[in-house]
Design a binder for this molecule. Structure first.
Ligand code: GLA
Ligand code: ZN
Length: 666
């Protein structure tokens, strides 16, 4: 991918059409019309590649790869491990996953292999070696795509044994494990390793340390499986580059860990556009949050591996993207750091699960269909924006999104079993920053804070010792830290911190958590600006959890907001505390969105964070930047003025930025 261009194309599944050479021929013609320059092949082709054990057929694939290449279309080649053929599931039951309730699945669906099974790995190795040998030196193949949307878990005997080995390596002794899990409670002390079983509905589900370690283990298993496939191919092709497609708000794998093993991050982007509960701007912000996370994983451009050009068939209601939204969605990815816009899938399937999923070419095969025309327009726009390929983004603000924290936070009983709304919390901070045109990264607790001016730690319940220290050092050196409610509660084993909390941050924040009160969904508590507060904040409402802080006796924080209701009226709901050359803000609850807008407008100014757009933009118009480029997108269903442009409904303008000079590019 040395030539500077954005990739446009997507999942191509021609194995469904091998008996229709006319359709394969039409595909090439239409791909050229749509400005397609890449396809992903082979994701689900195992039953055609190896129809019978050990009998490999690649001629069809080679012919397609070469015809595409002769027409200017490169290939991202996938390994087929996500969906193994029926003969394998029948002959070797161990490749089929066992569910948490210990039932072994029948042959079904996909992404349900046992990642531990030596037999499955042997079969995957064999086919991956064949693919690497056959296509390795092919200039048409520009990237390797390992498997597909890895996730889920397996509870088979092989995985149980592996889990116990993993625990032995982590803890060394049962004594240490029992302590870490506080297993003495309810007399759950383990006296032999083989007493330990993965969490199960009919088994253990009340030892949170076990549940958390199981999640870590499963994440490690997926990463191990990725490495296994990658290294099989790398053994034959030392220069090959690898990705796998990641997912929206994904839970099962610690993507910060997985990203270390990838050459390129890629993800599958399926926003639920036009749902009645959200404006297009809100859906765009929710999606931008994901793009920003995927950029941050490696701090470099990523790929949109899949998206729908029109609609999906798995969201609650199939909604067409309204005219212009396909372009808005595609260019939003590029604005936030994607070097591609790819779709699932090129041509709609005739039957089975995804026959009603949107595709670039529908069942009618028409090139005058709206989806096809709009896809071709996206392709043409991407050619105009080729200079964006490879462009990075500035480091300004970081929000902590840490997988073990999310797992632990969601795994505990209390303080609010109706849900803590973790993603909602992240969005409160993110939306305010994004609307202010601040570039936001999402980091884990292992990340480096260098280069950021602002670090936000929302609901950082599981706070590692080293990260607490990092935050303090960051503030002392001039950074701005924001910590929100339910932070610094437990250690890495989900053991409650003893003494004052937020653990490790009480000096930084100038206060401690004295009490925490849960609210029902419909409950709110009024909060008012503290008299003489150094930052202008609106009257707001607290929801979900109300922490009641006590200010430190020496060197206390300055209240910014006060609770105005309930028994804790008068207690600070938000506060600020100087620390070295920087300062730390503490938010004791979840407030209304106008509160976050006011807070981050103030903080961005204080921290000297320049907004992407040099001029203010109308509500619903969002700006993002990549080095030397400014993207402005109108998420409103009506035209809006932005800088020197009038943007149509859902329209995008792009400028090249050279110091203060802006030159319109699109
Ligand atoms: C995922 C899968 C694809 C397809 C799409 C449908 O992203 O990777 O194979 O099923 O969803 O939206
Ligand atoms: Zn297993």
């Amino acid at each position: 991918m040395s030539e500077r261009k954005l990739l446009h194309g997507g999942d191509y599944n021609p194995e469904q059409w091998l008996d229709r050479p006319d359709i394969l021929e039409q595909d090439i013609t239409m791909m050229k019309q749509a400005h397609v320059n890449v396809v992903t092949l082979g994701v689900f082709s195992w039953s055609v590649m190896e129809p019978r054990e050990g009998e490999y057929h690649f001629d069809w694939l080679e012919a397609i790869i070469h015809t595409l290449y002769a027409n200017g279309i490169s290939t991202i080649l996938a390994t087929p491990s996500a969906a193994r053929p029926a003969w394998m599931a029948q002959k070797y039951p161990e490749v089929r996953r066992v569910r948490a309730d210990r039932t072994r699945e029948l042959f079904r669906r996909r992404q349900n292999y046992c990642y531990t099974s030596p037999l499955f790995r042997q079969k995957v190795r064999a086919i991956d070696e064949q693919l690497a040998r056959r296509f390795g030196g092919d200039p048409a193949v520009i990237l390797w795509h390992i498997s597909n949307e890895m996730g889920g878990d397996c509870h088979c005997p092989l995985c149980q044994a592996e889990f116990r080995r993993w625990l032995q390596a982590r803890y060394g002794s049962l004594d240490a494990l029992n302590k870490a899990w506080n297993a003495r409670f309810w007399s759950h002390d383990y006296t032999a390793w083989d007493q330990i079983e993965s969490p199960a509905p009919q088994g253990e589900d009340a030892v949170q340390g076990l549940t958390l370690d199981w999640k870590r283990f499963v994440s490690d298993r997926h990463i191990d499986f990725f490495k296994f496939e990658r290294d099989v191919i790398r053994g034959i092709l030392p220069e090959a580059k690898f990705t796998t497609n990641l997912m929206y708000r994904f839970h099962d794998i610690d993507y910060h860990d997985l990203a270390k093993e990838l050459d390129l991050v890629s993800w599958d982007n399926y926003p639920t556009w036009h749902k009645p509960s959200e404006t297009v701007e809100q859906t765009a912000l929710d999606t931008a949050m994901m793009h920003d996370l995927f950029y941050s994983l490696k701090g470099k451009p990523f790929l949109i591996m899949e998206s729908s050009p029109s609609f999906t068939n798995w969201q609650p209601v199939t909604k067409q993207k309204k005219p212009g939204v396909a372009m808005l969605s595609a260019l939003q990815g590029v604005a936030h750091g994607s070097d591609s816009v790819c779709y699932f899938q090129w041509r709609a399937s005739r039957g089975a699960e995804e026959k009603f999923h949107g595709a670039v070419v529908g069942h009618d095969g028409r090139s005058d269909a709206r989806t096809f025309r709009e896809t071709a327009e996206v392709g043409a726009a991407l050619e105009q924006l080729a200079c964006a390929a490879g462009a990075g983004r500035p480091r300004q603000a970081a929000i902590v999104h840490d997988w073990p924290n999310m797992w632990a936070l969601e795994g505990s009983s209390g303080p609010r079993n109706l849900g803590l709304g973790y993603w909602r919390e992240l969005a409160c901070h993110y939306n305010a920053l994004a609307r202010a045109g601040v570039t936001v990264d999402f980091i884990g607790q292992g990340s480096d804070l260098a280069g950021y001016s602002l670090v936000v730690a929302p609901m950082l319940y599981l706070l590692r010792d080293d990260f607490a220290e990092k935050l303090c050092l960051f503030a002392r050196r001039g950074g701005t830290v924001v910590v929100s409610q339910w932070s610094g509660v437990v250690d890495e084993s989900d053991l409650c911190r003893l003494g004052d909390t937020p653990y490790g941050l009480t000096e930084l924040l100038g206060l401690r958590r004295a009490e925490i009160d849960g609210l029902y969904d419909e409950e709110r508590r009024r909060c008012i600006p503290a008299p003489g507060a150094p930052l202008p904040l609106p009257v707001t409402q607290a929801s979900v959890l109300c922490e009641v802080p006590a200010l430190n006796e020496t060197d206390p924080a300055t209240p910014l907001l006060l609770y105005d209701e309930d028994y804790f009226a008068g207690a600070p709901a938000a506060a600020v505390h100087p620390c070295g050359d920087g300062r730390a803000y503490y938010l004791a609850s979840r407030f209304t969105q106008d509160f976050y807008s006011a807070l981050y407008a103030g903080l961005a100014k204080e921290a000297g964070l320049a907004p992407a757009s040099p001029l203010p933009l109308p509500a619903g118009v969002l700006a993002a930047r990549r080095d030397g480029l400014l993207f402005v997108q109108n998420c409103n269903p009506r035209p809006e003025k932005a800088l020197d442009a009038v943007l149509p409904a859902y329209g995008t303008a792009v400028w090249q930025q050279d110091g203060g000079r802006l030159t319109r590019l699109l």
